[in-house]
Each structure stands twice: as C-alpha cells, then as structure tokens.
Design a protein around this ligand. Structure first.
Ligand code: PGA
Length: 249
C-alpha cells in the first residue's frame, strides 16, 4: 500500500501574512505528531517562495496549482514546471476541473503539462472526474477512463504521478460522493493503471477530492483503493486540514 498523500489546494486564496501563519501552525503540528501520511500544500504562485522558506526543515512538501506545458517563452501570465521546481515545489496539480472548465483545458493539454512536470522533476497530480450530468447519464466510469487515457503522458510511473479523482459535482459543493461511488471509480482506475503499468500500477497513489472535511475524512481515507485526498476549502483552516491528515489509517 502506498503512503497516503493529503494535499491542500488553496486555489486563489491567501495573502502573505495569514499564509505564513497557516503553514507555520501546520508545520508545528506535523513536527510534534508525525501523521501516517505525506502532506503537501499548494498555494497560489505568488506565495510559493515565501511558503517554501517557511516550510524549510518541515516534512510538508510544496506544490503548484498548474504549470504551462512549455519550459519557457512568450506565454504571458503563465508559470513553467521548471519555475515551480526552482521555487521549491515537489508537486504540481494539472487538469483540475476548474482549469478544465475556466480555461478550456483538454486531456491532450493536461497530458503535455504532466509531461512538462516530469521533465522538471516534479510529481504531477493529475485530476479527473465526471460532471453531474455525466454521472446522471451513467457515464462516470467511461468519462474517467477516457480522461485517464488522454491525460497521462508516456512518462507516467508510480513515483512521478498521482491521480486525483474529483467528481465535479462534489467540488466546493459540500456534497461528497458516497463511499460506494468512490470505491467503484477508484477500483476502475486501479484496474486501468495496472493494465498500463503492471504491478507498479498498485503503487500509484489514487486520491479522492471533493468536499473532504474532518467529518467525512476517516471513512473516505479508509475506503478501498483510496490513497489520500486532495482538499480544497478545508485546507484553508489549519484545524480542519490537520484533522484530515490525522484521519489517515
Ligand atoms: P473542495 O475542493 O475540497 O473545496 O471541494 C477540492 C478541489 O477542488 O481540489
């Protein structure tokens, strides 16, 4: 069983002072009581360097929320994977549903971003998940299968990639997928990963994301084939995020 990963996706939230306080408080708890999981925080790009400095000597890793597929060049407003690594990141989220919907990102683009992450030595956290309409139409498994096939680059391995299953209808809505729904999708993804990577497919971490909070974390994190969580809203409150980290079996 891979070590679970709890990753906090701060999205477009956080100014300097409060953010440094937040990671300082989290780092103190991790140092005092090491949890049974790896932990990462993914702040907005403006906070990467100061958060990296604040996390120096901490077991908490740093992640970016997105990267461009190119290494450098004329891409106003974008950040490359190499820049994220340079700022102290170990992870980068790619293909989050908010990027897919707000910026029209396709599976092919997500795949090239994941490949860029790997070239820069980062672990790509590749997000996928069906919309509410797709679930209601009984298409959830087919959708995630298509996204998985389209979003993973040839360079994928258990060491350089994490998959986050995030049903779009559960993100920021307070509505979590049921344990049966999560288990069904995760089992399907695991079968597909083992089909592609053989035995190594068992070691690739499969996270669940979508309204994970202290009250539901223990059940989700104990579900079959769930190796951690991608946490949005609840990652902005240290008590809540820490409670989720402590819920890892
Ligand atoms: P949420 O977000 O926990 O606020 O639902 C999860 C995510 O978007 O990664």
């Amino acid at each position: 069983m891979p070590t679970p990963l709890i990753a906090g996706n701060w999205k477009m939230n956080g100014l300097l002072g409060e953010s440094i306080e937040r990671v300082g408080a989290l780092a103190a708890r991790v140092a005092a009581e090491p949890p049974h999981c790896d932990i990462a925080v993914c702040p907005p790009a403006t906070l990467l360097r100061p958060v990296a400095d604040a996390l120096n000597n901490s077991a908490i890793a740093l992640g970016g929320q997105d990267c461009h597929a190119a290494q450098a060049g004329a891409h106003t407003g974008d950040v490359s994977a190499e820049m994220l690594a340079d700022a102290g990141c170990r992870y980068v989220i790619v293909g989050h549903s908010e990027r897919r919907s707000d910026h029209g990102e396709s599976d092919a683009l997500v795949r090239s971003k994941a490949a860029a992450a790997h070239s820069a030595g980062l672990v790509a956290v590749v997000c996928l998940g069906e919309s509410e309409a797709q679930r209601d139409a009984g298409e959830a498994l087919a959708v995630v299968e298509r996204q998985l096939a389209g979003s993973l680059p040839a360079s994928v391995s258990a060491a350089d990639t994490v998959i986050a299953y995030e049903p779009v209808w559960a993100i920021g809505t307070g509505r979590t997928a049921s344990l049966d729904e999560i288990a069904e999708v995760h089992a399907h993804l695991r079968r597909l990963l083992c089909g592609r990577l053989g035995e190594e497919g068992r070691d690739l971490r499969l996270l669940y994301g979508g309204s994970v909070k202290p009250a539901n974390a223990a059940g989700i994190l104990a579900a079959d084939e769930v190796n951690g969580a991608l946490v949005g809203g609840a990652s902005l409150a240290v008590d809540d995020f820490w409670a989720i980290c402590r819920s890892c079996p």
